[in-house]
Design a protein around this ligand. Sequence first.
Ligand code: NDP
Length: 259
Amino acid sequence: VMVEAAYRHYGIHARYVNCEVAAGQVTSAVAGAWAMGWVGFNCSLPHKVAVLENLVGLSESAEIIGAVNCAVRADNEFIGHNTDGKGFLTSLQTVADPGGASIVLYGAGGAARAVAVELALAGAAEIVVVNRDRGRGQELVDLIDRRTPARARLEQWQPAHPVPAAADVVVNATSVGLFPDVGASPDLDYATLRAGQVVADVIFNPVSTRLLRAAEEAGCVPLDGRGMLVNQAVEGIRLWTGVEVDAGVMSGVLDGALR
Ligand code: NDP
């Protein structure tokens, strides 16, 4: 609904349709999209990694992240991009400058990888990855260290994890708190949140997560997941059509849909 609202607003002669693609059908789906002349597509879970087999060209960050959520038609093939992290970065920049910042990132899945790589490429100084699964967390730390200018280190997620005091930006990039489990929140020692820290959640449903409410009570600057979602769509529409969409055109419609 939000992408089509932008198309209508800017008179873009295009449609944005949702297609359910079964596991094992990604290759056929990409070939079909190409044959039908699509200018591109978004690609969601669980296909963000599997789709790589069907794409030769990748943007810099998609190649580093190792996942694609947006494909764009070029002369002979679709080029894979990752707009999740860029959407998060644009959203964060409304409240803080990532340049030189110290980031604490909870989670090491697809969303966390995208967020970490974009923040690192945007000049974040340090990224502390906190994850339950040590192997997955270490993989992300190694990726940041190897492929970006930022420093990274791993903290194993302990119960009631204390938020590092030096963090300028705290990001929940796990799925904890996602609808319908709206009573859940990341297992943190909330007393260690520091007033003035930016606390961002990738979850956009619900908009006001338990984490963000606790952050607000602690005097932090809360940032909900809608900005990431809307701004990845802004980026996708720019890549597909060349039109620079005002995020506000989509955010009102998104709010209505989420309500
Ligand atoms: P993945 O399945 O790839 O990763 C999930 C992550 O959450 C892992 O790091 C996992 O840790 C962690 N996790 C899950 N449950 C718990 C728990 N109980 N305690 C601690 N950690 C936990 O998912 P994605 O990264 O793709 O998605 C994560 C969230 O991001 C989803 O809710 C999704 O909706 C949201 N998202 C939002 C976007 C937006 O535009 N706002 C865009 C993309 C995603 P472990 O490795 O230990 O299992």
